[in-house]
Design a protein around this ligand. Structure first.
Ligand code: SF4
Length: 288
């Protein structure tokens, strides 16, 4: 990869949920208008066309996202936006804005938690969006944790029946260790889901793409933290990541232009590396 054409803005390190598998290092920080604007200035001057709002839960800072998108569109009307959200904070104001501006939204689901009773429930707000949103602008991400794979196929089907045409399957990296028997169960379930997706014409974005793209915290892109620090991927969100110091490419508040992009290297504790590696091998074996 020579130079990414995507900018990931970490809108906030705050989240309204506390998922047990969450690898994101949380804090009370949110991005400031100065960081938003400077990051967008640098990115659009380099011809960038795709901005993703990420977190934490970005919709906690919806007014800031709206201002940042307006600012970016004044610079370049062709810029496309995407928000990755847990969906809990959707409301009419946000929905109207998403529809009006044709902003992409990826809503994540998982198969656990005290409100989960075996089947994913689609909220009325989300059903409304599924009815109205431009096809391709609304996607689901389905997080799979060890021990929950038997629920995967059925719940993939729930999302498919609800109308999602793109479902990103995300077995968890980093935080929960996958044992051999769980990986075998995952492999079987993923093969069945992959066949179902093909028969229903549903896109599985994490499959058939660059391997790192299957890992939600290793997207190769320009990525800006709440304080303006710039990296070559969003891996810096990981709790306790062991990255090389050189991974930081600067801070947008003091950069004159985007520097040369560098694929970051990131090391983890040995047991995390081993579990991640075994999981990657399983995913590589699944046809797209
Ligand atoms: S996984 Fe996402 S929704 Fe869950 S706690 Fe982490 S940032 Fe929040």
């Amino acid at each position: 990869m020579s130079k990414p054409d995507k900018l990931i803005l970490i809108v906030t390190r705050k989240c309204n949920l506390r998922c047990r598998y969450c690898p994101v290092s949380k804090s009370g920080s949110s991005i400031s208008p100065a960081v938003f604007e400077r990051a967008i200035d640098l990115f659009s001057a380099a011809g960038g066309k795709e901005i993703k709002f990420f977190g934490g839960e970005p919709l906690l800072e919806f007014p800031s996202i709206r201002s940042a998108a307006d600012y970016a569109l004044k610079k370049d009307g062709g810029i496309k936006f995407e928000i990755a959200s847990n969906g809990y904070l959707l409301n009419k104001e946000i929905e109207d804005w998403l529809l009006d501006r044709k902003i992409g939204l990826t809503v994540s689901f998982d198969l656990e938690g005290k409100n989960f009773h075996g089947r994913i429930k689609i909220s009325p707000d989300l059903k409304n969006l599924l009815r109205k949103m431009v096809p391709g602008k609304l996607a689901a991400a389905l997080v799979v944790t060890p021990g929950k794979t038997p629920l995967l196929f059925e719940n993939f089907h729930v999302l498919a029946r609800a109308g999602f045409k793109s479902i990103n399957l995300l077995p968890t990296f980093y935080t929960l260790s996958w044992q051999e028997e769980e990986l075998a169960a995952l492999k079987k379930e993923l093969a069945a889901v992959s066949a179902l997706a093909r028969s229903l014409g549903i896109d599985l974005p994490g499959f058939g793409k660059e391997k790192a793209e299957r890992d939600p915290l290793y997207n190769l892109a320009w990525a800006v933290d709440c304080n303006g620090d710039l990296y070559g991927s969003d891996f810096f969100l990981l709790d306790g990541f062991l990255a090389e110091k050189a991974a930081k490419l600067g801070n947008v508040l003091s950069l004159e232009s985007l520097p040369a992009w560098k694929r970051p290297t990131c090391r983890f504790k040995k047991e995390v590396e081993a579990s991640n590696q075994r999981l990657k091998e399983v995913l590589d074996g699944i046809a797209s």
